[in-house]
Design a protein around this ligand. Structure first.
Ligand code: PAF
Length: 281
């Protein structure tokens, strides 16, 4: 596995790979890799039919607000290198903040409307940071296929829209959520949870399962489903709901009824740790 830190070198590597008729799959991450990230590599190869996989490891300062956990965000570069190599990554792109954001940079990428709802309400500058860095990464790596995890479903829908609106060439694949044995969606932030919080955090996936059962039994009214989810989560004293919502995946606007392809998503705080989860019907 190669480690490339310079954007120029990364781009040159990709151009050469394309001349060799290689299909490049790309998995952008902020490191601190877990099984969820590693599953994206496999999806790039199988579903994306890629014969070479590039993973980026870059903790993007632009997507953290000043009051968020940028400094505290877990970093484990040596372990990430080993995990990525064992999982079959061909190149890790690990740029510096200075290279990604030169002091005179003045350009930001923002997807209107979709970025200001759901997680955008509590994190108003977050998705602008995500789309700006992902646009840069896609320009540098120039992959035919890019894989994101469904756990960050809003991020994935926003990036799909950016790629479509900016006529970018890459195909976006959304890969399934990987869960712990008890159902908690894997996340680098799970390690912030105390043991009591970790025990109670399973209520996120359980509330989504409950919603799915209600829908399978014929319930369509979003308000009824959301009320049941709220009540279920509120039984856990350490959980504080940020939002629970039913939206249309195209517009991310709330809908009064659930329908095929509705996204049911939620964000819940445990202390300062904010966890997200979702299902797509
Ligand atoms: O999902 C993430 O880890 C980040 O938001 C991403 C897409 C790598 C951009 O920094």
């Amino acid at each position: 596995m190669m480690v490339i830190t310079s954007p120029k070198e990364m781009n040159a590597w990709s151009q050469t790979a394309k001349l060799q008729k290689k299909r490049i799959g790309f998995v952008p991450t902020m490191g601190c890799l877990h099984r969820g990230h590693l599953s994206l590599i496999e999806v790039a190869r199988s579903q994306g039919k890629c014969d070479t996989v590039v993973m980026s490891v870059f903790v993007n300062p632009l997507q953290f607000a000043p009051n968020e956990d940028f400094d505290k965000y877990p970093r484990q570069w040596e372990l990430d290198k080993k995990l990525a190599e064992d999982a079959g990554v061909d190149v890790i792109f690990h740029p510096s903040s200075e290279d990604m954001y030169p002091a005179n940079a003045k350009t930001f990428v923002e997807v209107a409307d979709l970025s200001s709802v759901m997680c955008g309400l509590t994190r108003p500058t977050h998705f602008r940071g995500v789309t700006t860095v992902v646009a840069k990464l896609l320009n540098i790596v120039s992959p035919q296929v890019t894989v994101f995890g469904q756990k960050d479903a809003q991020q994935c829908f926003i990036i799909r829209r950016m790629v479509q609106d900016l006529m970018m060439e890459t195909k976006i694949i959304m890969a399934p959520i990987i869960r712990e044995n008890d159902g908690l969606a894997m996340s680098s932030r799970n390690r912030y949870l105390s043991s009591d919080e970790r025990t109670q955090a399973v209520c996120l996936s359980q509330s989504l399962e409950r919603a799915e059962k209600m829908i399978n039994a014929g319930e369509k009214r979003s308000a009824v489903i959301l009320k049941a989810m709220h009540e279920y989560i509120q039984q856990n004293p350490l959980a504080k709901v940020d939002y629970i919502t039913v939206v249309n995946t195209e517009t991310l606007q709330e809908t009064a009824e659930v329908f095929n392809k509705s996204l049911i998503a939620l964000a819940v705080y445990f202390g300062k740790t904010r966890l997200i989860d979702n299902i797509i019907l």
